[in-house]
Ligand binder design. Structure first.
Ligand SMILES: O=C(O)CCC(=O)C(=O)O
Ligand SMILES: [Fe+2]
Length: 516
């Protein structure tokens, strides 16, 4: 969190400088009906592609739109309680992450966990019996046994048929986007001045498991907002573009220069009541783009009809920022991305845990550390902190019970990570015992204490931050199923825990060893 705080400060400085230069004036922006719009698009927004609804297969629209509605109807889309510039805020849009099993996506200090999407073949193998089995299992108790913690394991038992169908539809859309973006990349090769607006024949949504040579979208972040239920949306501040559902940003946590593909579904207008005459069409949702930290180039706004898609290709997400401008109707979007997952998959964190736990021996029936090398001890303590306790377990539980409510995929892996974490608590205890062992050589004790101090201090700080986040005023407004859970948490004197939750005393003890 420290690193992102300083980059937030940097952004704030830049923002203030920009507003100062503007001195209350508005920067111009162009919409499709303005003269010069196409020229501006081609000169300064190259990489932005609009794909109109009528160039996608109609049955894909049907399935995707039904999927979005059913995910929404089931309560899978929720506002995130994110942390921006040290403050907790709810996102205006409700969100859910779908994607490859075991993947996560981190934005605004929040790690989202995928509801796994399902590939074609798995579905075909006898749905009937599976469904029965699953119901039986559900009755016995939520989510035991199904998860083995492997990225490619079978996922048919983790959610019910309606959700599986919904996930599959979004997976098909993902395949469509992967192929389309890939096809463009290949055909653009050596071609200048391409037409950003397309209406050519559509590729069929066939997803090969591992097509060569192209980055694959591994997750989609779904967004939903009904402006009728929002009492205050922020006005776009630099151009006067209107009310924003999502403020200016770059998409975070993506592979360098990877594209983003967005499907726009504006729900039917029969929902809009009152306010205006019968024949007045509801205002469309729009996406705004601007060159990052630039007040000379006019902004660009695209109006989106239901079913329209847009792509931000190549470096566009890095060189430009985008925002979403609310229309009159409720609206979904499905935003497909290549998340940078080098430290963001279950497989990764399980590997790290194993590395840390390799230093624990239970050979003689009692627990001991194999090596007291500072680098080995440090590794365990770091895995313990960053990855398990703060990047995974607490992130997961902070989002309440939202995941297990409709999909059991993460239940077992989280249990296993918690077990691993508990072992690491024992390792810290053993390490501390070495540092405090009078029979041990002075130099070694100092070395061990030096290794422990920074990680313990960090652990304590993070625990306090997460506790605050869980107890914030906004967190308390959430219904019980969505309310943040401060987990792991235990009381002093809990016999199952090797160390106390509050590390204040231990930290002073370690400090005093160093001052000696
Ligand atoms: O909804 C959209 O069109 C884009 C949303 C977006 O920018 C995001 O989720 O990062
Ligand atoms: Fe975005």
């Amino acid at each position: 969190m420290k690193r992102s705080d300083s980059s937030e400060r940097e952004k704030k400085r830049k923002r203030q400088k920009l507003l100062q230069e503007l001195g209350g004036q508005r920067i111009p922006f162009l919409s499709p009906t303005d003269p010069g719009f196409q020229d501006l698009w081609e000169s300064s927004y190259n990489g932005l592609v609009l794909r109109r609804a009528d160039t996608l297969p109609p049955d894909l629209h049907t399935r995707v739109q039904a999927a979005l509605c059913s995910l929404h109807g089931r309560g899978c889309l929720l506002r995130d309680l994110v942390r921006v510039r040290g403050r907790d805020v709810f996102t205006a849009v409700s969100r859910a992450l779908l994607g490859l099993p075991g993947h996560t996506y981190r934005y605004l200090n929040t790690r989202l966990f995928t509801i796994p999407w399902h590939c074609g073949e798995e579905e075909e193998k006898g749905e009937g019996p599976k469904e029965e089995e699953q119901k039986a299992e559900k009755q016995e108790g939520e989510g035991r046994g199904e998860s083995q913690g492997e990225g490619d394991r079978k996922t048919e038992a983790c959610c019910d048929q309606e959700l599986r169908a919904a996930c599959k539809a979004l997976w098909e859309l993902n395949c469509f986007f992967c192929e389309d973006v890939h096809r463009r990349e290949s055909s653009d090769h050596g071609r200048e001045g391409k037409d950003p607006q397309v209406s050519e024949g559509s590729p069929q949504p066939q997803c090969s498991k591992d097509p060569p040579g192209t980055a694959q979208f591994n997750v989609t972040l779904l967004n939903y907002m009904d402006p009728a239920t929002m009492d205050q949306l922020k006005e776009e501040p630099y151009y006067g573009m209107g009310k924003m559902a999502v403020g200016w940003h770059h998409d975070e946590n993506l592979m360098p220069s990877s594209s983003v593909a967005v499907y726009n579904y504006s729900c039917q207008d029969d929902k809009v009541e009152g306010g205006g005459s019968e024949d007045m069409a509801p205002a469309s949702w729009r996406v705004g783009l601007k060159v990052a930290w630039d007040i000379n180039t006019p902004g660009l706004v695209l109006s989106l009809q239901s079913g329209d898609c847009y792509y931000m290709r190549d470096d566009l997400n890095r060189t430009h920022q985008h925002c979403v401008l609310a229309g009159d109707t409720a609206r979904f979007s499905s935003t497909h991305r290549v998340a940078e997952c080098s430290t963001g998959t279950l497989e990764y964190i399980q590997r790290r845990c194993k590395e840390a736990l390799d230093n624990m021996s239970t050979d003689t029936g009692s627990k001991s550390l194999r090596s007291l090398l500072p680098s080995t001890l440090q590794l365990s303590e770091e895995v313990h902190n960053e990855v398990v306790e703060f990047e995974w377990l607490r992130q997961y539980w902070f989002q309440g019970r939202r995941y297990s409510r409709f999909c059991s995929w993460w239940n077992k892996p989280m249990e296993q990570l918690e077990e691993a974490w508990k072992e690491m608590e024992s390792m810290t205890q053993l390490t501390l015992a070495v540092a405090e062992d009078d029979g041990c050589e002075e130099q070694r004790r100092k070395e061990v204490a030096e290794t422990l101090l920074p990680t313990l201090t960090e652990r304590q700080q993070h625990r306090l931050t997460w506790k605050e986040r869980c107890e914030s005023r906004l967190a308390q407004t959430l219904p019980p199923e969505e309310a943040p859970v401060n987990r792991p948490y235990w009381c002093d004197g809990d016999p199952s825990m090797p160390l106390p939750f509050d590390l204040t005393d231990i930290i002073s003890r370690v400090e005093s060893l160093l001052w000696k």
